[in-house]
Design a protein around this ligand. Structure first.
Ligand code: SAH
Ligand code: SF4
Length: 345
């Protein structure tokens, strides 16, 4: 019989599982803390759990783990982790250091089905969803090397296309008996799957980032096929309705692409579109990659766009391309070993 991986369980799931074994529920909390606060990778480590119960658990349950196959470090301190999964697939996570406020960018799928024209992950299509265990194990693995303050679901994949695994992962990340991240420190990013935005908001308290990337349906549909199903007005209505953690804003991500969406008219339309949504804007200059003919915007057009937003009292930051020398910047993850293995050694 295949053993059950308890890394797929939220605390509630673990409680039911343990109750099913005829044991007291409080034991679930003990074990959950071992997994996420002490990073136990075996039942044997759980010294305050009786030996008899540990043996009992081992008969039916197991604890999965991820060990990075390659870790690459960028000149700017960004680190890219490549993990090999049990079926031979691989995914990447990126740690972006910032004086004690490290942000970890994690993946939710192997590849992505959304097909955005500017994104390398999208070029490869979807191979499969990650499990909850594979999502939380990225965090366990990186935390062994460095402290992690913020979690963003902005690695490979569309998290809202994998809610069955992402919702429990968010619960484990924010559980006071689990990883103990504040709900304000965890952000899920979406390309705009409208019904799933509402479902996420109903299920968990978490920050939301929306990859807007264009200010007209025409341009957005051209670069993001999802816009044909859920056009701008529907997407913005879903943003407005999203229940955020208290005193938070929606992050509007805007990948600037030369001569496509980087004009002052775009900036004007953007301000209008988000005027009734509590939001802050992340401008992300397009990161160029092979196989895509789009170009990064000029520094002038970035500055002009940024300044226009500021003048209109929009909270805006322009994201620097951290980690681009190791292909760890936004949109550059492909989660494939290929040329990586040689470089990492
Ligand atoms: N699938 C989710 C989360 C992962 S993508 C989403 O699309 O929101 C994370 C961010 O990277 C998104 O905002 C996306 O628009 C951006 N991105 C993708 N390719 C990029 C590229 N080549 N340059 C800069 N940003 C890119
Ligand atoms: Fe998928 Fe996000 Fe890339 Fe679009 S930008 S293809 S949704 S990972």
């Amino acid at each position: 019989m295949e053993k059950i991986d308890i890394k797929n369980f939220t605390l509630k799931d673990l409680e039911s599982y343990i109750a099913g074994l005829g044991k007291e529920r409080f034991r679930a909390k003990q074990i959950f803390k071992w997994l996420y606060q002490m990073d136990a990778t075996s039942f044997a480590e759980m010294t305050n759990v009786s030996k008899e119960f540990r043996t009992h658990l081992e008969e039916t349950a197991c604890i999965s783990n991820l060990v990075p196959e390659v870790v690459e470090a960028s000149d700017d301190g960004t680190k890219k982790y490549l993990f090999r999964l049990s079926d031979g697939m691989s995914v990447e996570s990126v740690l972006i250091p910032d004086e004690g406020r490290n942000t970890l960018c994690i993946s939710s799928q192997v590849g992505c089905a959304m097909g955005c024209a500017f994104c390398l992950t999208g070029c490869f299509g979807l191979t499969r969803n990650l499990t909850t265990a594979e999502i939380v194990n990225q965090v366990c693995a990186v935390k062994r090397d460095d402290p992690v303050r913020n979690i963003v679901f902005m690695g490979m994949g569309e998290p809202l296309a994998n809610l069955d695994a992402v919702i429990p992962a968010v619960e484990i990340l924010t559980d006071p008996d689990g990883f103990q991240f504040s709900t304000r420190k965890v952000t899920v990013s979406t390309s705009g799957l409208v019904p799933q935005m509402a479902e996420l908001g109903r299920a968990v308290t978490v920050n939301l980032a929306v990859s807007l990337n264009a200010t007209t349906d025409e341009v957005r549909s051209q670069i993001m096929p999802v816009n044909r199903r859920y056009p701008l007005q529907e997407l913005l209505a879903a943003c407005k309705a999203f229940p955020l953690p208290s005193r938070r804003w929606i992050t509007i991500e805007y990948v600037m692409i030369q001569d496509l969406n980087d004009t002052l008219d775009d900036a004007k339309r953007l301000v209008r579109l988000i005027s009734n949504i509590p939001s802050k804007v992340n401008l992300i200059p397009f990161n160029e990659h092979e196989g895509c003919s789009f170009k990064s915007p000029t520094q002038d057009s970035i500055d002009r766009f940024h300044k226009y937003l500021l003048d209109k009292n929009v909270t805006v930051i322009t994201r620097s391309s951290r980690g681009s020398d190791i292909s760890a910047a936004c949109g550059q993850l492909k989660g494939r070993l290929d040329e990586l293995v040689g470089q990492g050694e």
